[in-house]
Design a protein around this ligand. Structure first.
Ligand code: EPS
Length: 386
């Protein structure tokens, strides 16, 4: 789904750490560990996170691809060390160990456990859960923040806010007067990334109740991008459409179960005349009277803000586990309990921002090209239409 950029992540949740490679970044982009770290810290926040986030203080070491603070056009390599590794050196040892390591044999409903052991022929669910854990999203945010920096340098901003946790909804329309960066800065001051203080309170108590009951809750968040020119993506082929690419990357995040673009599901019960955004002209450029399309028409950016909403399911690892069956004995038992979060919706909104950063940076490079940031900017200035 990415045409100019490639990225890969590696690493287990309780292994030594996470590795990531991002290939295809132009030369000359200023990037620092501090910039990446700022976004990693945002991913660690949020009311309802479990014990792991108290242990980790995620930091990405830039391993290669950057010299004197700027990219050199080579693949970027990042490493995030797991602080928790010191507690797992035997259980997660690379080489065989003499000790008897207890196997995980009770698959958790909703997780990769049951399908994973059948697929790979494992007799220990830990071989599955270590890689299927959402810990991996740390590296996505780290690499995605490099794409975010590229976008920021050409005036494209991406931000988000949480609009629902469990059944508590913030029904207020998106604050149109805030830029995406301002939106995120405000949302980041809330423990649930919600802009409405009253709704925030209810969201927090809903998470607390779920936690007390050993349960978990999901939610919905909104992601917004501004500053886009016309024509990222293309209508000419199914896999070049911008919404195809955005949906694919978004839906690659473990717990994301639904995506809405612009008006989304609401549009299904409206008339065409109520949904489509009428066109005007202000003497200089085309304008729109609404943005129900969410910034994408015909698989291309239409110079309006991109507006997305993602639904996240409740995390499947539960303190009060659901029914399961032992994979060795076939005995009915409760599912495996692992340290977990009661709510990770605020963190997930940062992951979604990062996934959008990959797609938009890629589509921008596809349209405007350039081996260096200077060339990209010159191409955009010469041919970009807004
Ligand atoms: C996560 C790290 C994990 C979990 C969570 C997300 O750490 P640990 O398993 O050591 O507690 O907190 O992942 C899950 C709950 C899951 O089911 O994958 C992180 O870094 O975001």
């Amino acid at each position: 789904m990415l045409t100019r950029l490639k990225f890969l992540t590696a690493g287990e949740s309780h292994g030594q750490g996470l590795m990531g490679i991002l290939d295809g970044m132009p030369a000359g982009l200023e990037i620092s560990e501090d910039y990446i770290g700022g976004h990693l810290a945002r991913r660690q926040m949020g009311h309802g996170r479990g014990g792991r986030m108290k242990i980790e203080k995620d930091h990405a070491d830039i391993w290669c691809g950057v010299r004197h603070g700027k990219t050199i056009g080579a693949p970027l390599g990042l490493i995030v060390r797991n602080k928790d590794w010191e507690n797992w050196t035997k259980k997660m040892s690379i080489s065989p160990v003499k000790d008897d390591i207890r196997k995980v044999t009770l698959p958790r409903p909703g997780h990769a456990d049951l399908a994973g052991i059948h697929k790979y022929g494992f007799d220990d669910i830990r071989n599955v859960l270590e890689r299927s854990s959402a810990r991996e999203t740390t590296m996505r945010v780290a690499l995605g923040s490099v794409c975010r920096k590229l976008l920021e340098d050409v005036g494209i901003e991406i931000g988000s806010r949480v609009v629902q946790i469990h059944d508590v909804k913030d029904k207020s329309p998106g604050p149109g007067d805030l830029t995406p960066n301002e939106l995120s800065e405000t949302a980041d001051t809330s423990p649930v990334r919600c802009l409405d203080k009253n709704v925030e309170k209810s969201m927090i108590s809903t998470i607390d109740e779920a936690k007390k009951a050993g349960d978990s809750v999901g939610g919905i968040f909104e992601v917004i991008a501004t500053g886009l020119p016309y024509g990222l993506g293309s209508y000419t082929q199914w896999d070049r459409k911008l919404h195809t690419r955005i949906s694919a990357l978004m839906m690659s995040v473990n717990a994301f179960k639904g995506i809405e673009i612009g008006g989304g599901f609401d549009g299904a019960e409206k008339f065409g005349s109520e949904v489509h955004d009428e066109i005007g002209h202000d003497g200089e450029k085309f304008t729109r009277f609404s943005n129900n399309a969410g910034g994408i028409e015909g698989g291309m950016s239409n110079a309006q803000p991109i507006i997305l909403r993602m639904a996240m399911k409740p995390i499947p690892t539960l303190i009060k586990p659901l029914r399961s069956v032992d994979i060795h004995s076939n005995e009915e038992k409760d599912a495996h309990k692992e340290r977990t979060d009661s709510c990770a919706v605020p963190a997930a909104s940062i992951i979604a921002e990062s996934m959008l950063c990959f797609v938009l940076a890629d589509a921008l490079l596809e349209k405007f090209g350039g081996d260096s940031i200077g060339q990209l900017k010159a191409h955009m200035e010469a041919t970009g239409q807004y």
